[in-house]
Write a protein that binds this ligand. Structure first.
Ligand SMILES: [Zn+2]
Length: 186
């Protein structure tokens, strides 16, 4: 069994071996990680360690977009790795369309798509749900995957105009340090 740590959005395996669940999502017949963890063939899922984040207003969080609706996006939040413990069992965050960018966001899917890894700030907490914002320049998508071929998108032209190695083009509300996680290229 592989202990390679998967980031959200990374390929886990075929749908015959893995199933859609709290830590995974399906795209066609393929299963992708929706949380930080490792692929576990015996359970057919991505296993994470349980360490519930206790979020508060103003916290910067990372997460994966799992749902894109007309007026909001839903994100599974994972806290930064602390003292070697992997984040897991994350609560959900909601980004209303008005919180997505400083300009007008016409279509939510022009800002976020399923599988995107984002950095956001907590605006309010209600129970297990957090309202998030990505309006500031340093907030937004830090890694996105082509919705056609699932390859990571590059931000060659800047300003959120992304393209994949196969030439597909998509837009996102990118963070200023797109494809970096601190100093680490992702
Ligand atoms: Zn592509």
């Amino acid at each position: 069994m592989s202990e390679k740590i998967l980031l959200p959005g990374e390929y886990v395996g075929p749908g015959e071996v893995y199933a859609e669940g709290a830590t995974t999502y399906a795209a066609g017949d393929e299963i992708f990680a929706a949380a930080v963890g490792h692929a576990d063939e015996s359970s057919g899922t991505v296993k994470t360690r349980i360490s519930k984040p206790s979020l508060k207003e103003g916290d910067i969080v990372y997460g994966t977009v799992i749902m894109v609706m007309d007026s909001f996006a839903i994100v599974v939040i994972y806290p930064e790795r602390k003292e070697g413990v992997l984040p897991a069992a994350p609560p959900e965050g909601k980004i209303p369309v008005r919180n997505m960018s400083q300009g007008f966001t016409r279509m939510v899917r022009d800002a976020f798509r399923i599988g995107d890894i984002i950095r956001a700030r907590v605006v309010t907490i209600e129970g297990e749900k957090a309202e998030l914002t990505t309006r500031d320049p340093e907030l937004g998508v830090i890694k996105a995957f082509c919705s056609v071929c699932r390859k990571p998108l590059e931000n060659k032209g800047g300003r959120g105009m992304l393209s994949c190695p196969d030439g597909h083009r998509e837009t996102r509300k990118t963070a200023t340090d797109y494809r970096k996680y601190g100093n680490i290229p992702i």
